[in-house]
Design a protein around this ligand. Structure first.
Ligand SMILES: NC(=O)c1ccc[n+]([C@@H]2O[C@H](COP(=O)([O-])OP(=O)(O)OC[C@H]3O[C@@H](n4cnc5c(N)ncnc54)[C@H](O)[C@@H]3O)[C@@H](O)[C@H]2O)c1
Length: 248
């Protein structure tokens, strides 16, 4: 029996990278997983989950679009009749010097990374309140949560916003048996970070005490812990997963 047997989880941005690893890790522990993203990659991830012997429901959903999000939640409830776990993972990180950053570029990042978290959480919480059970896990970042990162002012603002949101919501939802926590990953090797190029990634590795980039599975293992009852006395926290990168 897995730790998450019969639990129902929604993972946003689950088509690739960290979100995909989270979806697979939750499924390995027995959860039924809604694999949601704007790309068709969700259908491949769903097949991988089914190959593990778990149930998957791929749903196309743009987290910035409340209609998409509400439809995703409705479809999930029609199929599984409950939602135990929400992982707000969808996020973008387009590097841009602040001096060159347009208002539109700022809005886009805040919209996906922070408003998207609002949209999905807002849609899922009524069911969790009714169930008197839920685990909300928000993917923040060391950028914003712990350290500054040049060319990521918009991103850092969104990820710091997630930490404040996590704390406030944890207090409001604790009486309903809902835990709300965040994860702050350091540099993780994903399709999104591969675009940064070999040189940048190698320069990161030199500054990571454990001597390697993080793997999506490193974050996924932490999310499984926060999604399970092993962490039932933890709420309102962010946990750093960065190979020691932000240690003083
Ligand atoms: N990779 C890292 O080093 C790192 C570090 C810290 C935090 N994070 C965070 O982890 C999360 C995943 O990062 P990743 O590196 O796996 O990214 P990635 O770019 O490899 O994958 C992100 C996924 O999110 C999806 N997505 C983008 N916009 C969306 C939208 N509007 N609605 C739904 N889905 C959307 C993309 O289609 C993609 O499949 C992000 O929130 C990111 O900020 C990543």
């Amino acid at each position: 029996m897995g730790k998450l047997q019969n639990r129902v989880a929604i993972v946003t941005g689950a088509g690739q990278g960290i979100g995909k690893a989270i979806a697979l890790a939750l499924a390995k522990e027995g959860a039924k997983v809604v694999v949601s993203d704007i790309t068709d990659l969700i259908f491949d991830v769903a097949k991988e989950i089914e190959a593990l012997g778990s149930e998957a429901l791929p749903i196309k959903c743009d987290v910035t679009n409340p209609n998409d999000v509400n439809k995703m939640v409705k479809t999930t409830l029609e199929k599984f009749n409950r939602i135990d776990i929400l992982v707000n993972n969808a996020g973008i990180y387009p590097f841009k010097p602040f001096i060159e950053m347009s208002e539109g570029e700022w809005d886009k990042v805040l919209n996906v990374n922070l408003k998207g978290v609002f949209n999905c959480t807002k849609a899922v919480v009524p069911k969790m309140v009714e169930q008197r059970y839920g685990k909300i896990i928000n993917i923040s970042s060391i950028a914003g949560a712990v350290v500054g990162f040049p060319q990521l002012a918009h991103y850092s603002a969104s990820k710091a916003g997630i930490i404040g949101f996590t704390r406030a919501l944890a207090l409001e939802l604790a009486p309903y048996g809902i835990n709300v926590n965040a994860v702050a990953p350091g540099p993780i090797e994903t399709p999104g970070t591969k675009i940064l190029g070999k040189e940048t990634l190698e320069s990161f590795i030199k500054t990571i005490p454990l001597g390697r980039m993080g793997k999506p599975e490193d974050v996924a293992n932490l999310v499984v812990f926060l999604a399970s009852d092993d962490s039932s006395f933890i709420t309102g926290q962010y946990i750093v997963c960065d190979g020691g990168y932000t240690l003083p």
